[in-house]
Design a protein around this ligand. Structure first.
Ligand code: SF4
Length: 362
């Protein structure tokens, strides 16, 4: 693996070509892609990429591809329907007890499958204005049903520790906000950003902080990234994972198993495995739902319960997240109940080997 270290983040296709991360023959197409969707490859991510492997699973996540120019009719700019549930700028209130709070529109890296790819990047507004921030905070303050605030984006860890500490304090000062969850890729993409100051900023009196780490391949969690995660957890911040099922990255059992085991070894509880969203130009990275279910079935059969994420689909349009199986319990048929007139339902339960058993009515 080529571990040439870069001095800075690469943002132009020509720079990717110069560093052996993209082919010169693709440059014209990649410039078209970059004109629409942001590109950023940090030194930490570049160091993980094997430049000699045309199918490298890390490169596939971050290096733009001409396939992104082919949009499908089913794809949409706001695939999970954030806008339909945004009462004020920066807030998405889709479920009763929690809101998304989108503070910034920039990330350390830009994932080629991102479901917010039309909204994130340096060309977009970089952060909420002071006025918009105050209005969003007011919304949270006046909605007493909000128990959890999820800081997402963009990546909230792109904010300075000082700004983040102030935001955490503002939120924790609201009595009904008990949980503040931060979704981030920074511990992997730029581990040095997870400094002692940053860790201190994430801990706050009056609310419990959780960090959800986005990673899709076990190789993302080596060296400095592991150390960054350990700094957060050692400080008492619990962590969960979120991953996206991606063709050519983690859509085979060995890769998925290794990713989930790696999370657990790093003390990160696997939380969500997202089915790929219908974001524009991402069809080449999506699997089918049937493939996702098959992988989950294999995972259930061979890997500890600690390593099991929920396989979920964000329903296009904004109806929310649903677990999408596989299903292990189904009604069998109706049979005459013993000593009773009438019929009762029995169930078919599938075990981890795929064998089916009958379970009696209660
Ligand atoms: S870090 Fe998250 S928001 Fe940013 S590009 Fe990747 S998936 Fe999108």
């Amino acid at each position: 693996m080529n571990r040439t270290s870069l001095a800075r983040t690469l943002r132009e296709p020509s720079e990717l070509v110069a560093h052996g991360l993209a082919r010169a023959a693709d440059l014209a197409d990649l410039d078209k892609v970059a004109a629409r969707y942001a590109v950023a490859v940090t030194p930490a991510i570049a160091a993980l990429i094997d430049r000699d492997d045309p199918r490298d699973p890390i490169a596939r996540q971050f290096i733009p591809s001409s396939d992104e120019l082919a949009a499908q009719p089913s794809e949409r700019p706001d695939p999970i329907g954030d806008d339909a549930h945004s009462p004020v700028a920066g807030i998405v209130h889709r479920y009763p007890d929690r809101v998304l709070f989108k503070l910034v529109h920039v990330c350390a890296v830009y994932c080629r499958f991102c479901f917010r790819r039309e909204m994130v990047g340096p060309g977009k507004d970089s952060a909420l204005s002071e006025q918009a921030y105050a209005a969003a905070l007011d919304y949270i303050r006046t909605h007493h049903e909000i128990w959890e605030v999820i800081l997402t984006g963009g990546d909230p860890l792109m904010l300075s520790p000082r700004r983040l500490a102030a935001i955490m304090a503002d939120l924790a000062a609201i009595d009904h906000v008990r949980i503040i969850r931060l979704h981030t890729r920074v511990p992997v993409a730029d581990p040095a950003r997870v400094s002692a100051e940053m860790v201190a900023a994430l801990k706050v009196e009056g609310a419990t902080s959780w960090v959800a780490l986005h990673a899709n391949h076990a190789r993302e969690l080596i060296g400095e990234a592991r150390a960054a995660v350990a700094r957060l957890i050692d400080a008492g911040i619990p962590m969960v994972s979120q991953s996206v099922l991606l063709k050519g990255v983690n859509d085979d059992f060995a890769a998925l198993e290794s990713l989930m085991r790696t999370f657990v070894e790093c003390r990160i509880k696997p939380y969500y495995l997202h089915h790929g969203d219908l974001a524009p130009g991402t069809a080449h990275l999506r699997t089918t739902l049937a493939q996702g279910q098959e992988l989950m079935r294999a995972l259930r059969g061979r890997v500890s319960g600690l390593c099991q994420p929920d396989y979920v689909l964000d329903i296009p349009g904004g109806a929310g997240k649903s677990p999408v199986g596989p299903v292990y319990l189904s009604p069998q048929d109706s049979v005459a109940g013993e000593g009773e007139v009438g019929k009762e339902t029995r169930y078919r339960v599938t075990d981890y080997c795929g064998d089916v058993h009958l379970y009696p009515p209660a």
